[in-house]
Design a protein around this ligand. Sequence first.
Ligand code: FAD
Length: 482
Amino acid sequence: MTREPRIVIIGAGIAGIATAVTLQRAGFHDFTILEKGDDVGGVWHWNHYPGLTCDIPSQLYQFSFAPKPDWAGIFAQGDEIQSYLRGVVEQFGLGDRLRLTSEVTSTVFSGATWHVVTTDGAELEADFVIAATGVLHHPFTPDIAGLDSFKGDLVHTARWDDDIETGGRRIAVIGNGSTGVQIVSALQRDAAHITHFVRTPQWVIWAPMGLSQPTVLARVLHRLPALHRRFYGVLLRGSRILTDIAVRPTWQRRLAQNYARWCLRLQIRDRELRDRLTPDYQPFCKRQVISASYYRAIRAGNADVVTAEIEEITPRGIRTADGREHDVDLLILATGFQAHNYMRPMKLHGRDGLDIDDAWAKGPRAYRMTAIPGFPNFFTVLGPNSPTGSVSLQYSSELTARYIAQWLQRFRDGEFGTVEVTEQATTKFNDDVAAALGPTVWNTGCNSWYLTDEGNIDLWPYDRKTMTAMLARPDDRDFHIA
Ligand SMILES: Cc1cc2nc3c(=O)[nH]c(=O)nc-3n(C[C@H](O)[C@H](O)[C@H](O)COP(=O)(O)OP(=O)(O)OC[C@H]3O[C@@H](n4cnc5c(N)ncnc54)[C@H](O)[C@@H]3O)c2cc1C
C-alpha cells in the first residue's frame, strides 16, 4: 500500500525553501509552507538595514539546485539575496504551496498525525511537520534604564524603518556584531555625527566586501552551466578552510588569527584607540565580523567609539558610566536576537502531550540537527547544533532535506506510521558533540550568542564530510519505527 505523506513546512527562509525544493524534486508534492512574514527570504526579508551584506561569497551563498551566474557583488547585499530567494520560489513553482502571513501558533501530535494551527485561523492535518523556523528571528532589546524615555527616533536593525532619515543626523549605534559594524560603516559618511557604543570589542577582519563580480564571469557561468556547477563544487570544497579554522587548533587557525590582529594593527594606528578596540579573547571565537570599511569609518572626524558602559538612556541621548552625555537624534539598536528560541513561541506538543518547553528545559537538543525524542514524524532543518560560518547553510539544509525525504519515502511505501528518534541516540550524539566542541575556536574563552543559557555551544563541531556521512541515510537502530 502506498500513501502520499501530507507535509507542513514551517518557515520560508533558506532552510524552508531548500526543504520544499528538495522534497519536490524527490517526488513529494503534498506539502504546504507556512510563513509568518509577508514575503519569503527569512532573515533576508526581515532585515533591510543600510549596509546589510552577506559575508559568505555570493557564488557559495546559493542553493546547489539554483545557481545564479550574475550576482552583482562578490559578496551580495541583503536585497539581492532576498530577490534571489523570491526567484527560486517562482522558478520551482512553490507559490501555490506557500501561505504567507501565516504564523503557526500550535503544532500538536494526536498519536497518529499532527494538527497545525495558524494565526489566520487555518487548521491543517499533517503526517509530517518540518520546522525551518531559523534562529536569528526574535530581535533582542537590551534592558537599559530609560530606553522608553528617549525622545528621538529609536529603531532595532531587525525591524528597520526605510522612512527613517539618517543623513545629517547625530546617530548612536549600540552593538558591534556584524550588523553594528555594517550599519556604522554605511551611515558614517552622511551622518552629522555617529557614535558607536561598544561593550566588548570585536575582531574585524578585512575582506573586499564591496567588490563587484566581473561581468565576464557572469557571462561565462551563464553560458557554461556545467562549468558553473564545477565552480560551485570547488567553492564548497574550498570553504573547508572555514571548518579548519573553527574546529581544530591548526596552522590555518593561527594564520587566520594573525591576519585578524594585523587588520587591527594596520588600520588603527592611534595607539589609544587600538587598545580600546583590542579584544581580550581569540579571533574567530565569536561570529567573525568581516568588513572592508569599518575601521576607516570610525577613524573619520565625525565618528567616535565609546567603550564606557552605558548607564542610562535619557530623553536626549545616552549617559555613560564616565559621566558623559551623548546627545543623539537617532538611536539604533544593533543588539541581535534571542538566538536559542527555536520554533518558540509556538505551542509544540509531541507524543503524550510532551511540551517542547519541558523537553528542552535544559536547552535545545536534537539528534544530528534534525530529530527530537518525543516528537514523532517531526524534523528540524538548521535546528540545534547547525553550523554557522563553518559549513555552507545551503548545503546543510539540502542534505538534511534529502535525509528527511528518505523517511518520507519509507512512509509512502507503507513501511511505518510513525518514526521517532530514541533518547539514547540523541544523548550519545549530544555527548559526542560536547566532546568534539572542546578544541573548537568557539571554546577559547569568549562570551557569544553561540552559547545557550546553560553554557553549551550550539554549533556543529565537525566538517562537511562528517555531516554528509551522518545524514547520508537513516540508521534504524537510532529510531523507534512503529
Ligand atoms: C542580519 C543577519 C545577517 C546575516 N548575515 C549572514 C551572513 O553574512 N552569512 C551567513 O552565513 N549567515 C548570515 N546570517 C545567518 C542567517 O540566519 C542564515 O544565513 C540563514 O539565512 C538562516 O536561514 P533559516 O531559513 O534557517 O532561517 P530564517 O532565515 O530565520 O527563516 C526562518 C523563517 O521562519 C519563519 N518563522 C519562524 N517562526 C514561524 C512560525 N511560528 N510560523 C511561521 N513562520 C515562522 C520566519 O518568519 C522566517 O521567515 C545572518 C542573519 C541575520 C539575522
